[in-house]
Design a protein around this ligand. Structure first.
Ligand code: TYM
Length: 335
């Protein structure tokens, strides 16, 4: 019997500029998974409208995100690439799963607490039920693994709880997925406040590196990264006083395929200035080939639309099968 490859699902919201955190914590790790697994990666546009978006910009950023996925090495010949809103099964399954999710569970989500604190004037129901839509994204494809950064692990946990609850009632309908964290880079911190994660919604652009930043802007941002006054390059992951240096060591480690400890040894005794220059250079050299590819791909709009159209066809086919199964289980008449 032919053994089925395990399945992978993941995605990024096209809600702002894509950061080095998104790249190192997620997209970069997807590339190497493509040969071993059946992968689907989506542009999660439906999630973005939990916060107000400018429609024309959202459309543009969704296309740019696709070009960036491909430029980073996601191969449309190997992986399914699609736009979430092109597959209505996501919204349909989210409705069903919402009836199997408790208010108390959703109230505990840190992303909900954070986002409602930042958008006090718009604490909408979508922001609250966001993890249910995310569970639908994953469960529709019976994903075994979901490669994400650390900040999304709580959402994977609730997805597992929902899947297990549903399976307990109706039999083995869903594969219960596991989160897959990068061995390093799973949590890249803000350059301005290294106790917070690097985020595209940071109001201070100096806190994050955008994959689209000018190379000299990247260098400036790294040089003005907050560190400490101790002046010693050491990796002390549990010492918050070292959060800035720990973060730069982690970034350098991923960019140069080594460990933060090894980078610390390499730069021991050197000043922060020299170290920051080396980190900036490693980031720029890592991003340069991606940007060259991106600049080429983004010009070719018909290629991009071809990729997402084909991707949606396959995604819809797979998802509909799962949705029909769910509909039958809960007692709907499947046409
Ligand atoms: P989003 O768009 O905020 O982030 C996309 C991916 O980037 C990771 N990430 C980071 N990793 C390391 N360091 C950081 N500073 C950092 N910031 C972001 C995130 O963990 C994520 O993997 N809810 C998701 C999108 C989503 C999704 C899904 C993901 C919707 N449905 C289904 C997986 C499966 C989100 O907001 O990611």
């Amino acid at each position: 019997m032919e053994e089925h490859k395990k399945r992978i699902f993941s995605g990024v919201q096209p809600s702002g500029t894509i950061t080095l955190g998104n790249y190192l914590g997620a997209i970069r790790n997807w590339v190497s998974l493509q040969d071993k697994y059946d992968c689907a990666f989506a542009m999660m546009d439906m999630h973005t409208i939990t916060v107000r978006q400018t429609p024309a910009e959202l459309r543009k950023r969704t296309q740019e995100l696709l070009a960036l996925y491909i430029a980073c090495g996601i191969d449309p010949g190997k992986s399914i690439l699609f736009i979430q809103s092109h597959n209505s099964a996501h919204a349909e399954l989210a409705w069903v799963l919402g009836c199997y999710t408790y208010m108390g569970e959703l109230q505990r989500m840190t992303q909900f607490k954070d986002k409602s604190a930042h958008h006090e004037d718009n604490i909408n129901a979508g922001l609250f039920t966001y993890p249910v839509l995310m569970a639908a994204d994953i469960l529709l494809y019976n994903a075994d693994y979901v490669p994400v950064g650390k900040d999304q692990m709580q959402h994977i946990e609730i997805c597992r709880d929902i899947a297990q609850r549903f399976n307990a009632l109706y039999g083995d309908v869903f594969t219960v997925p596991e989160g897959l964290l990068a061995s390093s880079g799973a949590k890249i911190m803000s350059l301005q406040d290294p106790t917070k994660k690097m985020s595209k919604s940071d109001t201070n652009p100096k806190g994050y590196i955008s994959m689209m930043d000018d190379f000299n802007v990247i260098a400036q941002k790294v040089k003005s990264a907050v560190t400490d006054s101790e002046g010693v390059i050491e990796y002390r992951p549990d010492d918050t006083a070292k959060a800035g240096i720990n973060n730069l060591l982690s970034i350098m480690a991923v960019m140069t395929a080594t460990t933060p400890e090894a980078v610390a040894v390499q730069f021991a005794g050197q000043g922060y200035g020299a170290f920051k220059s080396a980190v900036a250079e490693a980031i720029v050299e890592g991003i340069r080939p991606i940007r060259e590819e991106y600049d080429r791909i983004i010009q070719d709009k018909s290629y991009l639309s071809d990729v997402y159209t084909r991707g949606a066809e396959t995604a819809c086919r797979i998802a509909r099968r799962t949705l029909n199964k769910v509909y039958k289980k809960v007692g709907f008449i499947v046409k």
